[in-house]
Every structure is written in C-alpha cells, then in structure tokens.
Design a protein around this ligand. Structure first.
Ligand SMILES: *Cc1c(COP(=O)(O)O)cnc(C)c1O
Length: 373
C-alpha cells in the first residue's frame, strides 16, 4: 500500500475530450461572457435538474449571496447560524445587515427553529439558514416561522447540491437558495454559483445587480457590481452536470465504507440519515465525544502525521472571528454550535477516493484510539 498524502477533497473533472468538444464553439463565436450560449444552456439545465423555475448564475457563490440580499432590498437584522463558512456571515455584514446568531440542532448541525424564534425582534427582516454538510434544515418549521413574522428566507445551500427530500430539490425551499459551484463542491464550474428563487421578478433585479446595475433596456438602476459567469465556466458546468449523479453515487460508497469501519467507535458521532432525504455525501464529518481517547485536535494531528488532511470545518464559529469578536454577541450565546465546532473534523471524501484509502484512514483512527484507550 502506498502512503501518498490524501487531501480532504479533490475536484471532479469531466473527460478532457468532453470539455474540449463543449468549448470548441467558442472559437467560432468569440462570445466569451455576458449571458452567452453556454450560460443560457446551463441556467436551463440547472432549472431542469432542480425542478424549479428560476435559476441565475454567478461568478461564485458568495457573489450570488450578496446579490440576492441586495436585490431583495433587505435592511436590519438577519437570524442566521455561526456554524458556517465565512462567506455566509460576511455577505450579511458587507450588505449592511446585522447577523443575529441562533443555535444549531445537535443532530444535524442546522439552525434550531426554537432558537430562530427566540432571536427574532421587530428589526428582523430575514432568516439565512445553512444546509450544513448537505443535511437539510427543518424547512417546514423555518417557513412557518418566516410566514408568521413576515420574513424572507434565503438558504445558503452551498453544501446541498443534488440533495432532495421526498423527491424535492433543496433548491426549492424558501424565497431563494444560494449554491456554490466552487472547485471543492459536489458540483463545480471551477468557480461559480447560482441562486434558485421563487419570485420571477427577482431575476430582473439580480441580472441588473450582477452587471453593474444595468437593466435589460440599458438604464442603470443600481450601484451594482460584476458577478457574471463566463462561458468557460458554464461549459465546465454543462459537462460536470452530466456526471454529477454518478459522482454522488461514488461518494455514497466512500461514505458507506467509513460508516462500516467507524461504527465500532461509538464515541465518534457520524451524520445520521434524515427522513426522506437523499443526501449528496458532500462531507464526512465526525464529532469527537468526551469518551473518545483523543481530543479532536490530537486526532487531527495523528492523521496529519500519516499524510491525511482532515479539516476542522467549521471552526471557529464565525461569531468568534477576529473581525467579529464582541460585535454580534459571543460564541457562548450558541453553546451547541460552540461545542460542535470544537469537536468536529471532516474526513477526506471525493468520488474517486479509493476504498483502500478509506481503510487506511480508518485504520489510523482505530489504532490511535486503541493505543490511547
Ligand atoms: C463554499 C461556500 C460558500 C461560498 O461559495 P463560493 O462559491 O466559494 O463563493 C458559502 N457558504 C458555504 C457554506 C460554503 O461552503
């Protein structure tokens, strides 16, 4: 067995010939960006894949999130989670909103509806939950709270590409869902992102916002930025979309192998299946319990010494970032999120991760536990 370093993820790529075919028309048209043919094809293909009416593409997921916030004209406070990637909180703060952090559910790490409810004030304009690791939020409870208080719901669905519940795509919940198509995500366009949304009129506003605020009739309506996806990225998306279900299937085999080998370690908590949810196996998080012989950081070091890169993801909480410390409450306000962030480690997972490598990773974990235990 070779002991090559194993990274936490590896980008999915289509066969080179398929991509070359897909981009060859661009040498005819010389149309490289600004709502080109590939861009239009990818928007339609994604709407078909999600089973929703409206999809708008972006240069990246973060730009998509900032743009949908701007296009909705939100002001005031937003109830959100600190157990997320920097992007979610940054988008709110950069758009002049005040994040109010609610706590998470200890089983699926998504926002706890009771905690959302408790965080709502008369200044709240929206809820921005995150489908963490591809686990779906309690979308019904969240919608019920939003309807009762007249709030918008924007999901950060960066982790949830391909996830469905009772056959309905993660893209179909709330007023809008942001997806990231970054190279490290289950579906990638190299860099890229999208918003799937309910109200068609939001599409005109987003199209203007991502093109310097210029509307389709040439008037400049907003002080917009530049968030347009180019044709090479859209072409990568068209190719990767043909393979994504197969990639998810391969990821499921990797996850099943981890499940099987780690099952004897009851002190390592694994993701639990959610009722009716078809997952995408985007991440393989383990939460290290008090009764495990090593701490999370010690386990991470043991893996690193053997060339295995696991990731402390999400750690620290965004409320504990240096730029936010003391500004929007403290990590102690969300004790469950704080506890999970100190215990969680995401293990390597990607479609082509070999099962022998999973065996080796689990062997390191089991050995470390036995030597200490
Ligand atoms: C990746 C990610 C983003 C940002 O997406 P980019 O496409 O990299 O801009 C936002 N939120 C979460 C939870 C993510 O994982």
């Amino acid at each position: 067995m070779d002991n090559k370093p194993i990274l936490v993820t590896r980008s999915s790529m289509p066969p080179l010939g398929e991509y070359m075919d897909e981009i060859s028309d661009l040498w005819e048209s010389h149309w490289l960006t600004n709502r080109g043919v590939k861009h239009g094809e990818l928007e339609s293909a994604l709407a078909g894949y999600f089973g929703c009416d409206n999809v708008s593409l972006f240069t990246n997921g973060h730009a998509a999130l900032e743009c949908v916030i701007e296009s909705m004209g939100l002001e005031g406070e937003v109830v959100t989670t600190p157990f997320t990637f920097a992007s979610t909180t940054h988008a709110l703060v950069r758009k002049g909103l005040v994040p109010v952090f609610a706590d998470i559910d200890p089983n699926d790490y998504t926002l706890d509806p009771a905690s959302i409810e408790a965080a709502i004030t008369d200044r709240t304009c929206a809820i921005v939950p995150v489908h963490v690791y591809g686990s779906l939020c309690d979308v019904e409870a969240i919608q019920e709270i939003a309807d009762r208080h007249g709030l918008k719901v924007i999901y950060d669905a960066a982790h949830a590409f391909g996830v469905t519940r009772d056959g309905i795509s993660a893209a179909c919940f709330g007023d809008a869902s942001m997806f990231s198509f970054h190279a490290t995500k289950v579906f990638n366009t190299i860099e890229g992102g999208a918003v799937a949304f309910r109200d068609r009129s939001l599409g005109d506003a987003m199209n203007a916002w991502k093109n310097f605020g210029i509307s389709s009739d040439g008037r400049v309506l907003y002080s917009g930025g530049n968030g347009k996806m180019n044709e090479f990225c859209a072409a990568m998306g068209l190719c990767n979309l043909r393979h994504v279900d197969g990639e998810i299937e391969k990821r499921s085999r990797v996850a099943a192998r981890y499940d099987e080998l780690l099952a004897p370690l009851s002190s390592l908590r694994r993701l639990r299946p959610q009722a009716g949810v078809e997952p995408n196996y985007a991440y393989y998080p383990i939460v290290v319990g008090d009764d495990f012989p090593l701490s999370r950081d010690e386990l991470s070091s043991s893996l690193k010494n053997e060339g295995i890169c696991a990731r402390k993801y999400f750690y620290p909480l965004t409320s504990d970032f240096e730029c936010y410390r003391g500004r929007f409450g403290s990590p102690e306000d969300t004790p469950i999120a704080e506890d999970i962030s100190r215990r969680v480690l995401t293990l390597p997972i990607y479609a082509d991760l070999r099962l022998e490598d999973v065996d080796r990773i689990c062997g390191i974990i089991l050995t470390a536990a036995r030597e200490r235990g």
